[in-house]
Design a protein around this ligand. Sequence first.
Ligand code: NOJ
Length: 754
Amino acid sequence: MLACQPVIAETLFGHHPLTAQARDAFVNDLIKKMTLDEKIGQLRLISVGPDNPKQAIREMIKKGQVGAIFNTVTRPDIREMQDQVMQLSRLKIPLFFAYDVIHGQRTVFPITLGLASSWDLDAVSTVGRISAYEAADDGLNMTWAPMVDITRDPRWGRVSEGFGEDTYLTSQMGRAMVLAMQGRSPAERYNVMTSVKHFAAYGAVEGGRDYNSVDMSLQRLFQDYLPGYKAALDAGSGGVMVALNSLNGVPATADSWLLKDVLRSSWGFKGITISDHGAIKELMQHGVASDPRDAVRIAITSGVNMSMSDEYYSNYLPGLVKSGAVSEMEIDDAVRHVLNVKYEMGLFNDPDSHLGPKGSDPINTNAESRLHRPQARDVARKSLVLLKNRLETLPLKKSGTIAVIGPLADSKRDIMGSWSAAGVAGQSITVLQGIRNAVGDKAVVRFQKGANVTDNNGIQAFLNLYEHAVSVDPRPAEKMIDDALAIAEKSDVIVAVVGESQGMAHEASSRSDITLPPSQRRLLDALKTTGKPLVMVLMNGRPLALVKEDEQADAILETWFSGTEGGNAIADVLFGDYNPSGKLPMSFPRSVGQIPIYYNHLQTGRPYDFQHPNKYTSHYYDAANGPLYPFGYGLSYTRFTLSEVRLSSKNLARNGSINASVTVTNSGKRDGATVIQLYLHDQTASVSRPVKELKGFKRIFLKAGESQTVTFPIAINALKFWNAHMQYVAEPGKFDVMIGLDSARTKNSVFTLL
Ligand code: NOJ
């Protein structure tokens, strides 16, 4: 066997043109040389960690039992493993290396929900480009992103990882992210391949409880939940991560309809499908597989090419093939997808393509010079959403005394958010630091923590389960509040930085209560008694129920988890060096009882009209109807006004297009950006249609006093929907056109589809 090594090495590596034809010829040839065990080895993706120490991985590499690695993030570590492949394995098939680069690798950008709040595709491209650059510079080839799960339930902790509740916004942003990360080709030195996730409909887990099941109509699935994945795939995403949930009773990992009929046959996907962490094993827990062997048979025949973090494929596929329960063709098909993506990553041209020459590794992986701070600050500023600004409390003056209070005000870890990849907490700028940087010696800044994020011991322990993420201040709660009041009373304004610690909005962090924890509520109540202007800076990874806070605060700035430069960006907005322009990508409910609440809900037979309330209409009698802050909402320090909607024609021919325009005027005193949003509504159709659906948006910048006409072309594709027979159609009739600065307040017109 050893004798053939040089020959194989020669034939494997060389200049392989990155064309589908050359790839197919190469991969077919390679598969012919592989033993069954080597093929099965390629289907295994393992995480480096306590379960798989380096020595064990070395042995696996030697035996050709591993195809890819994740959770290794430095060039020396990656190089070591790739070298082992070249030195020890028979076929020398390079590994690929993957990681959760969701909102940055070393430079941490705002969490995805924050990025979505920018409604700025250029900002998404910046995040995608820099994340890919830094990831590739660390030797990585693939990222588990973008996450395009539509979600209408803020109880789900993973809303922080996605682009929010809307299909159109998510699709646009997912697409931009893929294009930015993969560039012209993932083989290029500073690009990475994306793996869009979690296919499919993970964001609709019942009750917002993570890993729960999903049950929904095919119409809703195709209309609202699938387009995000499709958009990422049409943009060329090389990978798909399969969801952990079941959909209409079938776990995605066992769903050949989803993974073969929809993904491959109907959509023409040619890349690789990868199970989520341990999902193949979980088929037994789902109750669709009787034992491990059964789970493996089901997963591979359903179309799961590569298994993440379980040894089941390696352990059971050989026997399954031997017994004829799984054909070798099925294995070849899965292996072909793995080898194809390795080919597309350029690994057969150069297994070290993302490593660069030996000796070029950074001396300090965490070096400050490796960060992209100006871009992080710019994107973070665009992600901030001004929710309230009574009597122009904001912007603040850079003078007097400012009391900065709150458990999140000086937390370097929290501001980075969850899934902060290889970001280093020590390098992030907190809100306190940002404020100090902004005012220099022009104002006095005093800080008190005021409260712990939570006083609940159980939740504290939960948050510190895998990393020491939350430090608990030992002072009694009353003492912390008194200390905070002491500085608040002597100040001109209070900036209260409250919300969630990053671990509260994460995988496996679902909440049944989305209000601020009681420790922070008590702090706010106490601060309110001082009568000082109260500016609330919110840090959180999901919409929160903020009825009380909305009453108490003079101004509220939603900052999500804004990343490495978050503190500076927040200070830019607080002091008016940047005029806020972010818009909510998710509705903010008044209470958990209103969930699910989303702007594009279907019409009902008895709609509630708040101007003419009627008992027998669709509403809750014990609460105000509608969200506290609607989808698309966000204020500015200036005022934008919109003209009536002008249509180029009142009729749209089926093969034609019409333009809807508004003139936007900055009628305030400051320059600023805003987002003009286009919504459509099908008045009468064969099925009930949503009251409105986002179909276009444009971010514009206007100097004070300036006007601009914004025009949206409307063609038949924007009017199509899945009817009761699962046909994708546009039905003739009247459509409302609504254009506004948010989803609730719009200027309207009507046209007819002929
Ligand atoms: C499980 C998560 O569901 C998924 O999003 C992530 O990419 C993998 N673990 C790998 O970390």
